[in-house]
Design a protein around this ligand. Structure first.
Ligand code: FDA
Length: 304
C-alpha cells in the first residue's frame, strides 16, 4: 500500500515540484552522485578502485523533443569525459528510452531509437557499452524491439528484464543468445496482477527461474539485486555452470556488501545516477525501503 502510494507520488508533478525545490537532501545524495557529470566522474573514480560502474543520467518521461535531445547530448558529453579520464574500460552507461522521447505522442519510438543510436556510437567511440533500462510494462515490447535494433550495429547493447513480470522467463529464453548482456532485476514499477506477480515469494521464485535460464544461456547474466539469497544463488549457478556473470547493485544500497563481494573476487557493478532530475528515481528507492521515508520526511520538514 505504502509502496503503491510512493510510486504514484513519483509520477505527480505537484509532489515533484515541492520535493525538488529544496537543496540536495543528504538522503538523496546517498543514492545520487550529484547534479553534474563532474560529480558523477568523481564518484565513479572512487568506486572503480574495486568495482565497475554503470552511469545513469537522470531524467525520464520527458514531454518535449528538446528535452530528449538534451538528454542524448548529456550522455554524449559524459561518455567523452569518461574516455578522456581513461575510465571507459570500467564505466558504462545505462539509459532510459523515455528520457530520449519514447513517450512522445508523435514518432516517440523512432526519436528514442535515433537518440539511443547516437549514445551507442559515442560509447563505441570510447570503447564502452550501453545498457537500456526497463520501465513500466506498457513499454516492455517497444523497449526490447529497440534493443534488438541497436544490437544490429552494436551487439554489446544490454537489455533489462524484470522478474516480477509474468512474461519475463520467456523473454530470458529469447534474450540469452551468444554475446547478449541481460540484466535481471525484480522490477521497480507498480504493476497490475494481470501482468505481474505481486507477492514477494512469487517474485523471488520467478527471479530464480530466470537466473536458471540466463546462466544456462550463452550471454552475460547481469544479476541486479541486493537480496542476499538471490546473490548466493547466482554465485552458485555461476560456479556450477562455469559461466561469467556480473553482480550489480545500486549506489548507496548495501555498500559494505558490494565491497565484500568485490574483495572475494566477484565482478560487482554499481549503478550510479547523477543529475538534477532525481525525483522519480529517488521515490522508487523509497518505495523499496519505506524505512527511508521517515528520515526523508523529517528532513523535508526541517527545511521550512
Ligand atoms: P529487495 O527490494 O527485496 O531488497 C533486498 C534487500 O536489499 C533489502 O532487504 C534491503 O536490505 C536492501 N535494499 C533494497 N533496496 C533498498 C533501498 N532502496 N534502500 C536501502 N536498502 C535497500 N528496476 C527496473 O524496473 N528497471 C531497471 O532497469 C532497473 N535497473 C536496475 C539496475 C540495478 C543495477 C539494480 C540493482 C536495480 C535495478 N532496478 C531496476 C531496481 C530493481 O527492480 C529493484 O526495485 C531493486 O533492486 C530492489 O530489489 P532487490 O532485488 O534489491 O530486492
Amino acid at each position: 500500500m505504502l509502496r503503491s502510494t510512493l510510486l504514484a507520488a513519483a509520477r505527480s508533478p505537484q509532489v515533484r515540484a515541492v520535493v525538488e525545490s529544496g537543496p540536495f537532501d543528504p538522503l538523496v545524495s546517498r543514492f545520487v552522485a550529484g547534479a553534474t557529470a563532474a560529480d558523477a566522474l568523481a564518484t565513479a573514480r572512487v568506486l572503480t578502485l574495486d568495482r565497475l560502474v554503470t552511469l545513469d543520467h537522470l531524467g525520464e518521461d520527458i514531454a518535449e523533443r528538446a528535452q530528449a535531445d538534451a538528454n542524448v547530448a548529456a550522455y554524449e558529453h559524459v561518455l567523452g569525459l569518461l574516455g578522456d579520464a581513461g575510465l571507459a574500460d570500467r564505466v558504462e552507461v545505462s539509459v532510459k528510452l523515455s528520457a530520449f522521447g519514447q513517450s512522445l505522442e508523435t514518432d516517440g519510438d523512432k526519436i528514442a531509437l535515433e537518440g539511443a543510436r547516437r549514445v551507442c556510437a559515442a560509447a563505441a567511440a570510447v570503447g564502452t557499452t550501453v545498457t537500456v533500462d526497463m520501465e513500466d510494462h506498457t513499454t516492455t515490447d517497444r523497449t526490447l524491439e529497440t534493443v534488438r535494433e541497436l544490437r544490429v550495429d552494436h551487439p554489446w547493447v544490454g537489455a533489462v528484464v524484470q522478474a516480477h513480470l509474468r512474461r519475463t522467463e520467456a523473454d530470458c529464453r529469447d534474450l540469452a543468445g551468444p554475446g547478449s548482456r541481460v540484466r535481471l532485476c525484480k522490477g521497480a514499477y507498480d504493476e497490475p496482477a494481470s501482468v505481474a506477480y505481486r507477492e514477494r515469494a512469487e517474485v523471488e521464485a520467478s527471479f530464480a527461474r530466470c537466473l536458471g535460464v540466463l546462466t544456462a544461456g550463452e550471454g552475460l547474466p547481469m544479476v541486479a539485486t541486493h537480496d542476499p539469497r538471490l546473490i548466493d544463488l547466482a554465485r552458485r549457478l555461476g560456479r556450477e555452470r562455469a559461466v561469467a556473470y556480473e553482480l550489480q547493485m545500486l549506489h548507496g544500497v548495501r555498500p559494505a556488501a558490494q565491497k565484500a563481494l568485490a574483495a572475494e573476487g566477484e565482478t560487482v557493478r554499481v549503478y550510479l545516477p547523477y543529475g538534477t532530475e532525481w525525483f522519480g528515481y529517488f521515490m522508487r528507492r523509497l518505495g523499496e525501503r519505506p524505512a527511508n521515508l521517515a528520515f526523508f520526511l523529517r528532513s523535508l520538514m526541517s527545511r521550512g
